[in-house]
Design a binder for this molecule. Sequence first.
Ligand SMILES: *Cc1c(COP(=O)(O)O)cnc(C)c1O
Length: 386
Amino acid sequence: MTEDDLIGREKRYEAVFSKKPMPIVDGDGVYVYDDDGNEYIDMGASYGVMGVGHSNPRVVEAIEEQARSFTYAQASYATPERGALMEALMDATPDALDRIFLANAGTEANEAAMKFARGSTDGSGIVSAKRGFHGRTYGSISATWKSKYREPFAPTVPGFDFASYNDVGSLKETVDDETALVLLEPIQGEGGIYPAEADYLEAARDLCDDHDAYLVFDEIQAGMGRTGKMWAHEGYDVTPDALTTAKSLGGGLPISAIVCREGMTEIPKGSHGGTYCGNPVAVAAARAAVEYTVEENLPANAERMGERLVEGVEALDTDRIVDVRGEGLMVGIQVRGRAGRYLSGLAGEGVLGLTAGRNVIRFLPPLTLEEEHIDAVVDALGEVIG
Ligand SMILES: *Cc1c(COP(=O)(O)O)cnc(C)c1O
């Protein structure tokens, strides 16, 4: 089929998503390909989902094996891969966390955090941060700052409040004895790639302890090795009561998890769940993705490649770049004017990227990226912005 056919066919029936000018018909490692055979370095990795790279052989094999054996069994039947994923996740997360709930999308893991917190404390208030993003279902949009995600769908869920990010005073004013949960991204992603300051996360921990509230880190975008640590919060001296993960977790398949302290799960039996929770094929893919990330030490590569990328971008001789922020391979390049207009230029140079807000180019590439890819991306940026 021609490009127009592929895009036009979807555009004709698509309810929600706009379409990029190139379809994607193949992927391999850090590359994707359009139907004209053009090769792109996938610096967006479809919102950071492809952390272990496209068609990662370990993930493909795990999916194939599980699908041939059986594709589905409800979560109340134990299956070999599910237990193995739980053990792998337990090994890879803080010792203080000892329970796992598996779901399908990032937003479902955050919904679980909110329900667990309300269900197992006396309070009901949920505090999140201005500029934060937590997903598209009702609880998650209620905790999401930008009005464009909330207002068309009002009324949202009651009991939510926002504190300014990296503003300890604002957090102190917002958290009180009514608070059940403080939900924070250790690095804000959609909001424009803003890392948390240590004193902010430390204050959040103290406030939650003082007010008997849970502190949960939304690591859906920042986790799974992206920031140079397995979890972004490991860069801080703060242990949360839970973390939520999705995106890179499934190696491309839809799966999410909340890993939490046992105390958070004291909700009535049968009061929470979901038909597809812990579905075996996504679980097998996730097990392979977690093991690959750990065994290949992708966090260390993310740190090295991230440094090279930031240094390369900072060395570009242009006043159109205002700021370069991030950790590891979670990088935001703040530009003068709209970031979106640079993305098509980058695509023309064989590089796919994302935006974060109006004026930030965002890169969340596969963590398997090598030096030659970084250098090609910096060259492309030089062509387009320089
Ligand atoms: C993407 C994202 C979500 C939502 O995940 P979905 O899988 O789209 O539901 C939540 N929080 C953060 C920080 C995210 O980046």
